[in-house]
Design a protein around this ligand. Structure first.
Ligand SMILES: Cc1ncc(COP(=O)(O)O)c(C=O)c1O
Length: 366
């Protein structure tokens, strides 16, 4: 991977130190080519039976690719629009009762706080917020679920799932910053009480916006209907009208009308990463991020406490000004509105030269 051919798969990296995969990953050329080819086929041949057969084949390929990455059987994987969509779909599977509580951490993205806020208003569920390391002690006999990010989008801290498992409450994981960024084994997480896991396709998996994956433990949701409003593709016998039954597998939870164009791009991106070797991709990113964090500390910069993830956040003199200065220097990183931190997303594709450029920026804006 050090030979640069992997990095060359992502045209944006040629001129730009693009360090923003925590928002949207760099796009491989192959992904855009696959989307264009799909669009072109629709343009030239129309979108009838062949188009839909192609769509169904892509659904199979996408599920298989996610399954290899996340170590889960394809029957347990739903294709979604992203992490937030997956979290909402998982929460919709719970038959909420009066007095139920959900516990979340105080580092959650709107991908969790949005659906959790809706639970309060729609279902009368109480949502309790606790610091990441105190989640287990925030659990009460009324807690139905803990909903929490596996990797914090703010700091890059990694949840200690085993410690949280001690609380004995089902866990729903927001995998936006762990999917295709760090090693995730859903078989192992399931043993720790994780009942659902939602990930994004557009971040570390480098696919198009509007793609994602949801895993649901079939033992937790054995026959919990079809979640959010079912559509044609969720139903085994859509011709049966009101009596139509949902697919017995996770297709029942697929998002509505995921287009073939997006799925083609998503699959192509996953293939580029898989061809580089998931073990290599999932170890190189965190290793490079750790090395960068160490160098930042070495120049006296305050780095937010983090874990073995691909995110590094630190405090510059003025975060907004530092983002603008970065753009001048061909560096893409982000800040958080109202917070003093800058965040860099360091992937397996990040080169030494990009890290050097970033360090210079950190020095100049300290
Ligand atoms: C922790 C976390 N959760 C959820 C999301 C939202 O992801 P999506 O756009 O795929 O719903 C993000 C995106 O930044 C995130 O960082």
């Amino acid at each position: 991977m050090r030979d640069g051919s992997f990095t060359a798969s992502f045209p944006v990296l040629e001129a730009t130190a693009y360090l923003n995969a925590g928002t949207c990953g760099p796009t491989p050329q192959a992904s855009t080519d696959a989307m264009v080819a799909q669009l072109q086929a629709g343009l030239e041949h129309g979108r009838a039976a062949t188009y839909y057969q192609g769509l169904m084949a892509l659904q199979v390929t996408a599920r298989e690719a996610w399954g290899r990455l996340l170590r889960a059987p394809v029957e347990e994987l739903a294709l979604t629009n992203g992490t937030t969509d997956g979290i909402a779909r998982a929460l919709a599977l719970v038959p909420w009762r009066d007095g139920d509580e959900v516990v979340i951490s105080d580092e959650e993205h709107p991908g969790v706080t949005g659906p959790a806020g809706a639970l309060i208003r729609r279902e009368g569920v109480a949502v309790r917020t606790a610091p990441l390391e105190e989640l287990a002690s925030a659990v009460t006999p009324r807690t139905r679920l803990v909903v929490v990010s596996q990797v914090s989008w703010l700091s890059g801290r990694v949840l200690d799932v085993a410690a949280l498992a001690e609380a004995g409450v089902p866990i729903v994981l927001d995998g936006a910053q762990s999917t295709a960024a760090i090693s995730v084994d859903l078989g192992e997480l399931r043993k720790l009480g994780v009942v659902a896991f939602a990930g994004s396709g557009q971040k570390w998996a480098c696919g198009p916006v509007g793609t994602g994956v949801l895993w649901v433990d079939p033992a937790w949701a054995p026959d919990r209907g079809v979640g959010i409003w079912p559509s044609y593709e969720n139903l085994e016998d859509p011709g049966s009208g009101l009596d139509a039954k949902a697919w017995p597998d996770a297709r029942r939870w697929d998002s509505t009308s995921l287009p073939a164009e997006l799925l083609a791009g998503s699959v192509a991106s996953l293939q580029v990463l898989e061809a580089a070797g998931w073990d290599e991709v999932l170890s190189a990113g965190p290793a490079r991020a750790a090395a960068f964090a160490e160098e930042l500390r070495g120049i006296g910069v305050e780095v937010l406490p983090r874990g073995e993830s691909t995110l590094v956040s630190w405090r510059p003199a003025d975060a907004e000004a530092a983002v603008a200065e970065g753009l001048e220097r061909g560096i893409v990183i982000r800040n958080f509105p109202g917070l003093p931190w800058l965040r860099a997303s360091i992937g397996a594709w990040t080169t030494d030269e990009h890290v050097e450029r970033l360090l210079e920026l950190a020095r100049a804006t300290a």
